[in-house]
Every structure is written in C-alpha cells, then in structure tokens.
Design a protein around this ligand. Structure first.
Ligand code: HEM
Length: 144
C-alpha cells in the first residue's frame, strides 16, 4: 500500500507539471499569433514554446501516463469504476489537444501559422475544463 501511495504522489506531481504546461503553451500562442513572422519577438516565442513542450510538457505527460497506468495494473478494478472511465475519456481529449499543440508549434516554427489570437484564447479554455472534470471525478467520485 505504501508503494501505491508513492506512485500516486509521483502521478499527481507529474500531472501538475503537465497541466501547468498545457495551460501556459496556448497562452504563448495567443501572443505569438500577434507577432510579425521573422521578428525578434517571434523568434523568442519559438524558443520558449520549443523548450516548454520538449523539456516540460512531453516528459510530464509520459510520467503522468506511466504512474497512472502503473496504479491501474496494481488495481485493475479501478477500470470498472464509472468515475475512472469519465476521467480517462477526458484525459484522452487532453492528450489529443497535446498533439494539436505540437502541430501548431511546428506551424509557428515554420512561420506558417494562420490561426488567430482569438482561436488560441478559446483553445486555452479546454485544459481548464478538463482539469476541473478530472479532479472532481477522482476526488468526489460521483457515479459510484
Ligand atoms: C494520463 C493518464 C492518467 C491515468 C492513467 C490516471 C490514472 C489514475 C489512477 C489509477 C489513480 C489512482 C486512483 C485511486 O487510487 O483511487 C489516479 C489518481 C489521481 N489522478 Fe490520475 N490518471 C491520469 C491523468 C490524470 C490527470 C490529467 C489528472 C489531473 C488533471 C489526474 C489527477 C489525479 C489525482 C488528483 C489523483 C489522486 C486522487 C486521490 O487522491 O485518490 N490524473 N490517476
């Protein structure tokens, strides 16, 4: 049981890092969409976005999945819980958004972004909504 709690603690630590990056990166895109391609500001945003994604968001996502799946392997009955099913479905949406954030980063890197600051402001709400749903599911556990 103690080992399980250490795994859960490492899961929550990696989840916090993943969410911090997923909430920050779209915000950078909001301002980057307003910067002139090729300008010093745009080039600075490219460095910030690349480092945030590669050094924080990607490893944190892998760790969150790793420790989360490890707990499911240790306690497979969790998968039959409706709150865990809603949680994992929400996490799939979050992972899909992660994929799109990577694609949009490459568009910015190649100065071919055509999306507006308003678009990225709307995108920025998605990880917030997912975080609220997931934390309520895993702490309150409705539908038990
Ligand atoms: C990436 C895929 C994920 C998997 C496979 C996963 C799986 C799990 C599992 C199996 C548990 C243990 C539940 C228990 O022991 O009762 C857990 C706990 C937890 N998860 Fe995740 N999770 C994932 C992502 C997330 C995300 C994205 C968040 C938050 C936004 C999150 C927040 C939490 C929290 C706060 C707990 C601790 C709940 C408690 O104190 O019992 N997880 N997760």
């Amino acid at each position: 049981m103690e080992a399980y709690l250490w795994i859960k603690a490492l899961h929550v630590i990696s989840v916090i890092s993943w969410m911090a990056g997923m909430l920050y990166l779209p915000r950078l895109y909001v301002y980057h969409a307003g910067a002139e391609p090729g300008s010093a500001t745009s080039e600075t945003f490219k460095i910030m976005e690349r480092r945030l994604l590669r050094a924080i968001i990607n490893p944190a996502m892998i760790a969150a999945f790793g420790f989360g799946i490890w707990m499911i392997v240790l306690d497979p009955d969790l998968l039959s819980q409706p709150w865990m099913q809603v949680k994992l479905a929400s996490v799939l949406v979050l992972s899909g958004l992660h994929g799109y954030l990577s694609i949009w980063r490459r568009d910015f890197e190649a100065d071919r972004n055509r999306k507006s600051a308003g678009f990225f402001r709307a995108v920025n709400e998605i990880p917030t909504v997912i975080m609220v749903i997931v934390v309520i599911m895993v702490i309150v556990r409705p539908f038990v």
